[in-house]
Design a protein around this ligand. Structure first.
Ligand code: ZN
Length: 436
């Protein structure tokens, strides 16, 4: 196995050196790199160009039966890295203190390499899966997936018929001192918008009663003062019952989520934890404030932008109605993104979930394997919208501060994590190949 680890480490370092910052993406070189690795292993792949330099790759190991393929999905683009905030070159693939550094190490080039190696391993071991296993590497995820998964679902109808898709979104994480496996079965929905007001301009020394910035501030105040209710949606109910079960102290005694949410101590505890808070309610956060440019000039227009994330069970239109009501009549509410997709969470009483639990027990022993909601949006939503069971899970033990580097500075993956990911993904893909 040693040789395989070294190979995977080397592959990841090379892969991280290909700059796929999106925008602009320009993922073609990264896709050609994957094609080369597959070719060396004797596996043919197809490249799909959605736009100049915006490439996707699909490779397939034929199964015994037709249709209903299993898809190993990953994206090869990364978010932009601000080099001045990094201690190393974000596209250097450097190894330091047992970590491989680089933009995309966690999100999600590390997982791409593990899926790639696990896929090649099937071929090496001469395994014929029950159903086709598809390795699908796409572009454009970080900016919405139009040239990536959305494009591929149109180009390759077989993907729409998938029985199962696995990609990013969950890890082994320690919560409340207990290690558990988060298997993401749903994600929060994007509902970004801005509010806008106009008013009378002029010199700051003689203000009228019609001031644009005052209107957006009043509206924003009413929006951010609103307390979105905690909701024990079924996935979060299962997750939190798993991690809090039997817990005492910290101002509450946990019985079950629904009951304990009625207790002030628990409400405060989860409300003050940004991770738990985001799992339990909609969040609406002002991010950009735009108004005048000179301290003594009253602007005629003002804007405040909000990043809002809804629980998977929320209805976008009714959310926007609430926002409009809160904003009042002085401002205009303009949606930016959201509302286009209403995917239902994937079920977790499935053989795929059981299969993952089995693999996890093999690696980690009897830890809880819990359904989870990803706070950000991923490409899995496209598959869930089609009713395909789609999970986000990468079997590595990820401490919280490593997780936070994901879209920040000095993103990295430890060599131990990469080994863990390689081993776990290989086992998982083997298991998936046995499902009829
Ligand atoms: Zn990602």
């Amino acid at each position: 196995m040693m040789k395989e680890y070294d190979y995977a480490i080397e592959l990841l370092r090379q892969f991280l050196r290909i700059d796929t910052s999106n925008p602009p993406g320009d993922e073609e070189e990264a896709i050609l790199f994957l094609e080369g690795v597959l070719k060396e292993a004797g596996i043919h792949s197809e490249i799909y160009l959605a736009a100049p330099k915006r490439a996707n790759l699909l490779a397939r190991i034929k199964g015994k039966k037709e249709g209903k393929p299993v898809v190993l999905l990953s994206h090869v683009d990364v978010v932009v890295a601000h080099e001045e905030e990094w201690d190393v070159d974000p596209f250097g693939g450097e190894i330091k203190d047992g970590f491989i550094y680089g933009r995309g190490a966690i999100d999600m080039k590390g997982q791409t390499i593990c899926q790639l190696c696990a896929f090649i391993n099937l071929k090496k071991e001469g395994i014929t899966p029950e159903r086709d296993i598809i390795f699908l590497a796409t572009c454009d995820e970080e900016v919405g997936g139009k040239n990536g998964v959305a494009y591929m679902l149109n180009e390759v109808p077989a993907l729409r018929d998938a029985s199962f898709v696995i990609s990013e979104g969950g890890f082994f994480v320690e919560d409340e001192g207990v290690l558990n496996a988060q298997v993401s079965v749903a994600e929060k929905k994007l509902a970004q918008f801005y509010i806008k007001a106009s008013g009378t301009g002029g010199h700051g020394s003689a203000p009228s009663k019609n001031i644009a910035s005052e209107k957006v501030i009043r509206a924003a105040h009413s929006i951010i003062s609103y307390e979105w209710p905690f909701k024990a949606t079924s996935v979060v109910n299962a997750y939190m019952n798993g991690i809090f079960k039997g817990m005492k102290g910290k101002g509450f005694t946990f019985t079950n989520l629904k009951e304990t949410l009625k207790k002030e101590g628990f409400r405060q505890y989860v409300g003050n934890n940004p991770m738990y808070n985001a799992l339990l309610r909609n969040t609406v956060t002002p991010t950009i404030l735009k108004g005048g440019e000179k301290v003594n000039v009253i602007p005629t227009e003002a804007h405040i932008y909000f990043d809002a994330r809804l629980l998977p069970t929320e209805n976008y239109d009714s959310f926007m109605r609430t926002i409009r009501r809160l904003a009042g009549k002085e401002v205009e509410v303009v949606p930016i993104s959201g509302g286009s997709s209403e995917p239902a969470p994937s079920g977790y009483n499935t053989r795929y979930f059981k299969g993952i639990s089995q693999v996890v027990r093999g690696i980690q022993g009897p830890i809880p394997v819990l359904p989870f909601i990803t706070r950000g949006a991923t490409d899995l939503r496209y598959f869930r919208e089609l009713g395909v069971t789609a999970y986000g899970f990468f079997p590595i033990t990820l401490p919280k501060d490593e997780y936070l580097r994901m879209h920040g500075a000095n993103e990295r993956i430890s060599i131990d994590n990469l080994r863990e990911g390689l081993e776990g993904t290989t086992e998982l893909v083997k298991l998936l190949s046995t499902l009829v």
